[in-house]
Design a protein around this ligand. Structure first.
Ligand code: FES
Ligand SMILES: [Fe+2]
Length: 367
């Protein structure tokens, strides 16, 4: 395990803000939240607010939700639709969906004022398999290079064709890394998740990505053609072109630093993490189904929602207990089991990103 300060100290948390969350690509939302030109949602994290909007050409764009006049927040609702332009409610400066300033009333008598000098400030945005990622970095690492193992990996699920049938938000008294670590092992499943462990015996898992920013792999279900639901049966027809052995597997991946992707044969569960402090994390969970079937009797999301809500709450209980423990003077970092190899891989990647050599962390541990 990492030394306590990585889970408790404000200094480490401040470094993470700069070196992790303001530098890396972050999962923001899904293209289904932007169905037409002018559709937008706000992506908010660490005091930042970003408008993610679909422009008139169908391109997904992102801008700081900050008026170039006196800084007012432009969009106030978490999601909605603007009529082809974004108008500030304060003094009516008006921007196109490409961010260009189109009108600024009464500014014509200001010497040297030119509309073209004051566009909305763009935020880097990238759409990958229907998922929208944003980066606060001035010059982010090219998305494809940063996420090479992700590209095309889940094509058979037809992820761009999904839509969320249900969303639940949670706030948990635990460091965001404890949530990553908890998601990345099933060592705890026999004790903590009796139902889940019946559907997927905890040792029936293997990793096909075990180093770097994307970690995870499949897990075999005990029931052929089943799914992770209250009764272990599928709650929707298989997605896209999912077939063959995938009908008996759940695929679990963590995508550094704020996304968990759980691909079932019939639906996809998405956890989005938002660190609120060293010991507090907000988690937004979406249950994605085939968009054409959402709201029809062809699917029954409730059995999947109930299953993962139950499992989530069992996990939140574990991680809040872990947070209390690592914050205690009695905590000394313990050893990982072989079943926790992904946690060691997560720690290695995290320490590399933070510019901490694993050896340094080992020395701190020894102190
Ligand atoms: S602050 Fe937006 S128009 Fe003045
Ligand atoms: Fe769990």
């Amino acid at each position: 395990m990492l030394p306590a300060e990585f889970y408790t100290s404000l200094e480490v948390f401040t470094r993470e803000r700069e070196q992790v969350f303001r530098r890396h690509w972050l999962y923001a939302g899904h293209v289904s939240e932007l169905p037409e030109a002018g559709s937008y949602f706000l992506f908010e994290l660490d005091g930042e607010s970003v408008v993610v909007v679909r422009d008139g050409e169908g391109t997904v764009r992102a801008f700081h939700n900050v008026c170039r006049h006196r800084g007012s927040a432009l969009c106030r609702e978490a999601a909605g639709r603007v009529p082809g332009k974004i108008q500030c409610a304060y003094h009516a400066w008006t921007y196109g969906l490409d961010g260009a300033l189109l009108a600024a009333p009464n500014m014509h008598d200001v010497a040297d004022f030119r509309l073209e000098d004051w566009p909305l400030r763009a935020v880097a945005v990238e759409v990958c398999e229907g998922f929208v990622f944003a980066s606060f970095a001035e010059v982010p690492e090219p998305f494809a290079a940063a996420h090479a193992p992700l590209l095309g990996r889940f094509a058979r699920w037809h992820l761009p064709e999904l839509a969320s049938a249900h969303r639940t938000c949670y706030e948990v008294e635990a460091n965001w890394k404890l949530l990553f670590q908890n998601y990345s092992e099933c060592y705890h499943c026999p004790v903590a998740h009796p139902l889940l462990n019946r559907l997927t015996p905890y040792r029936a898992a293997w990793n096909d990505l075990d180093e770097g920013p994307i970690l995870g792999g499949p897990m075999k279900m005990s029931r052929e053609g089943g799914s992770m639901t209250m009764d272990g049966r599928r709650c929707a027809p298989p997605l896209g072109e999912v077939g063959g052995e995938d009908l008996n597997l759940v695929h679990y991946y963590t995508i550094f630093p704020n996304l968990f992707l759980s691909l079932h044969p019939d639906y996809v569960l998405v956890h989005r993490l938002e660190p609120l402090g060293p010991a507090r994390t907000r988690i937004r969970c979406d249950w994605f189904f085939d968009r054409r079937r959402v709201g029809t009797p062809e699917i029954d999301p409730a059995r999947a929602v109930e299953f993962w809500d139950l499992t989530n709450r069992q996990d939140w209980d574990l991680v809040t207990g872990a947070q209390r423990g690592v914050a205690s003077s009695g905590y000394v970092p313990g050893p990982y089991a072989e079943l926790e190899s992904q946690l060691a891989a997560f720690d290695r990647h995290y320490l590399r990103v933070l510019g901490e050599e694993p050896t340094l962390a080992r020395e701190r541990r020894a102190r």
